[in-house]
Design a protein around this ligand. Structure first.
Ligand code: NI
Length: 265
């Protein structure tokens, strides 16, 4: 599988879980194709699903590790992958550190993981394959109480949590603030955790996002409407050497995670 095919697969799936993405493309692209800065994936830190286990899937696609991050309050570790080929979106992937979670949460998650083969996945398509386990709505609710991240991942599985519009590449908009104004005027709800704009030119990265679309998810005891996936917007600034900063900023990403929060609405 090539990187382009990988992103096509994840984009097709993403549209089903973030139906707003299509209309946002028309709003921001004004007829021109949209360039994506990065996508984000979530996983559990188990031997078969953690960052190290999934690493070969990214090298298979030609990605190399960019940098690593830590989100202590959310009990996450993350890294991003970049592709040597120009124009390929970066991949930001985080894992929930189960050792830092309660015994109850860890027990629930490990039970879900028992529904999967114990050997790590070999095909990058796994990362867009959706939820590989059955889960009840009650188990989902119990996970949410402790970790919104765990609840989302248990309900949605392996798919792009968000795609991110590269604001630098838009011709009709030159700032995240302008993009936000257009989104609000069109009726979208922004994630306001930490402010409508996370970051600043000083940290070389500004980001915003809409709240996740609510989508119907099949639980083992029936379908329920819960937060799905969302679109993010990022503008990067020049570093001292003149090139655009390509990494991430922990304080920004920390609040972007909250775009899928169920209890904030
Ligand atoms: Ni992001």
């Amino acid at each position: 599988m090539q990187a382009a095919e990988f992103f096509d697969l994840l984009w097709t799936d993403f549209l089903l879980h973030a139906p707003s993405a299509e209309s946002i493309h028309s709003l921001l692209g004004a007829g021109e194709p949209i360039v994506n800065d990065h996508i984000a994936l979530r996983t559990f830190a188990t031997p078969a699903l953690g960052l190290e286990a999934l690493h070969p899937l990214f090298t298979h696609l030609g990605f190399v590790v960019g940098d690593e991050y830590r989100f202590r309050a959310k009990k996450l570790r993350a890294r991003y992958y970049r592709h040597p080929e120009a124009g390929v979106p970066k991949v930001f992937i985080s894992e929930l550190l189960l050792d830092e979670c309660s015994e109850q949460l860890r027990g629930t998650v490990l039970k879900l993981c028992e529904q999967l083969p114990t050997a790590p996945a070999l095909d990058p398509a796994f990362l867009g394959s959706g939820r590989p386990w059955d889960i009840s709505f009650d188990s989902y609710r119990a996970l949410l109480e402790e970790s919104e991240y765990a609840g989302w991942l248990a309900a949605h599985g392996f798919r792009a949590n968000h795609f991110t519009v590269d604001v630098n590449a838009l011709s009709a908009y030159s700032s995240v603030a302008e993009v936000n104004r257009a989104l609000v005027a069109a009726g979208y709800r922004l994630n306001t955790a930490g402010g409508e704009i996370k970051g600043s030119p000083a940290v070389l990265l500004e980001q915003s996002s809409i709240l996740a679309d609510r989508v119907s998810v099949d639980f083992s005891d029936g379908a329920r409407e819960i937060p799905g996936c969302f679109y993010e917007f990022a503008r990067r600034y020049q570093q001292a050497d003149g090139s655009l900063y390509q990494g991430f900023v922990e304080a920004n990403a920390d609040r972007i995670f909250e775009s899928t929060h169920a209890l904030s609405r």
